[in-house]
Design a protein around this ligand. Sequence first.
Ligand SMILES: NC(=O)c1ccc[n+]([C@@H]2O[C@H](COP(=O)([O-])OP(=O)(O)OC[C@H]3O[C@@H](n4cnc5c(N)ncnc54)[C@H](O)[C@@H]3O)[C@@H](O)[C@H]2O)c1
Length: 445
Amino acid sequence: MKSRRNFIKKSIVAGAGMALAPSLTFGNSKDIFSGKLKLAFIGVGGRGMGHVRNALRREDVEITAIGDIDPKAIKNALKKIADSGFKTPKVYDKHEYDYRNLLEDKNVDAVIISTPWLWHTRMAKEAMEANVYAGVEVSAANTLEECWDLVNTHEKTGTHMMILENVNYRRDVMAVLNMVKQNVFGELVHFRCGYQHDLRAVKFTDGTEFGKNASGEARWRTQHSLLRNGDVYPTHGVGPIAAMCDINRGNRFTSLTSTASKAIGLNNYIVKNGGEDHPNAKIKWKQGDVITSTIETANGETIIVTHDCNLPRPYSLGFRVQGANGLWEVDGNRIYIEGKSKQHRWDQADAWLKKYDHPLWQKYGDFASGAGHGGMDFFVLNAFVESAKQNIAPPLDVYDAAAWSVITPLSELSIENNGEPQDFPDFTRGNWVKRKPYNWMKSSY
Ligand SMILES: NC(=O)c1ccc[n+]([C@@H]2O[C@H](COP(=O)([O-])OP(=O)(O)OC[C@H]3O[C@@H](n4cnc5c(N)ncnc54)[C@H](O)[C@@H]3O)[C@@H](O)[C@H]2O)c1
C-alpha cells in the first residue's frame, strides 16, 4: 500500500509544472500521472455501472477490481469491461464483506462505492484505513456518528474521500455558480433546493413489492421510507448550494428545523396497483410525503430544503439562488437582476446561463454529453480521478460529506421534537473560519 502511494507521489513530482488536464480519450492533453489510476468499484448496480461506463472512456484509468454480491451485476460489469477492450478486473463477490479483500488488493489505488446507503460509511471508512482513495455515492452517511466516523478516519489516516455529488456539476448549476462567484446576484441571502422526484416506481417492483423479493433500489431504499421520518436524500439539493455559499470554507451550516407532512403517497400507490387487500396496503409508512427543512448558515443565509418523493409530480430540484441584486429560479427557468432585467419582470434564464456557461462545460461539454444525467456524471468522475491521481483533497471532501449528510439525522430529530431547532456539529473543528473557498472557477476539473 505504501509503495502504491509513493508511486503516486513520485509521479506528481516527476510531472510538476505540466498542464493539469485530464487524460481522456480525446484531445491531446498532457497527463501529470505517468501510470494509470488503478480504480476499483464496490457495487456495480445501476449507479456503479454508470461510473464504470464513464471510467471506460478514460485513458488514465485501469479498472483493476470490482465487487458486488449480485452475480448478475458482476456478469454485466465484466461484459461491459471486456466489450470496451479493458483487461479483466479481479472479482470480489463471495459475500457481503468480500469488499474488505478488495480494499487490501495491492492493485487498487482508489475505489468508487455505489452500494445501498447503510454500507457507505463503513466501506468508505475501511477504504481510508486501507489507504485507498475513496469516492462514495450520496448520501455518505446515515447517522451523526457515521458523519464523525468519516471525518475522524480521514484525519487519522490522512487518506482522502470524495462525496460523488454529481448535481454540483450540472450545467445550469455551474453557470449559476459562475454568476455567484462573479457577484452577479450580489451578497447571498436565501436559497431553495431539494429532491423532488416521484420515486414510487423505483420504491416498488411491480407496483407493490419491496425488500428481498424486489429488484434494484426497491430492495433497500424503500425500507428507509418505512422506518425514518426525515430527509433521507438531501445532497442533490444542498451540495450545489453549499458550494455557492462556501460551506466549511468561511461559512458553515449552523442549525436546522424540519417539519413533515402526512404520509399517504406510498399507501395510495400500493392500493392503486395491488388493491386494498394487498398485504402491503396495511403498512404504516413513517416518512412524511413532503419534508421541509430550513437551514441557517453562519453568514446569515437561509436554505429551504424539500424532500418530496412519494407523490405524483414531475422531477425538479427546485433551486432558487437569491442575493441582494436578484435571483435565479430553476422552476420557470427564470432570472431577475436589478438594473439589468426590466423592472419587476423575469428574464428567461437561457441567455444568462449561456453567457455564464462554466469554463469546464465550455471545455468538455461535447464529450460529457454522453456521460449520463445530462453530462454531469463525466465531471464528477473527472474531479475524483484527477484528485486521486494527485492524492490531494477533492473538491467535495470529507467535511462536505459530513455536513451535507448529517441533514438526515438532524431532520429526523427535529421532526420527532415538533420542529425543534437542531445544531449542526462543526465537523471542521473551527477550521471553517480560516479554510479558503475552493477555487470553483478553474478549468481543469
Ligand atoms: N448520484 C446519482 O445521481 C445517483 C443515482 C442513482 C443512485 N445513486 C446512489 O448510488 C448508490 C447505489 O444506488 P443504485 O441505484 O446503484 O442501487 P442498486 O441497488 O442498483 O445497486 C447497488 C449494488 O450494490 C450491491 N451491494 C449491496 N451490498 C453490497 C456489499 N456488501 N458488497 C458489494 N456490493 C453490494 C448490490 O448487489 C447492487 O448491485 C445509492 O447510494 C444511491 O443513492 C446516486
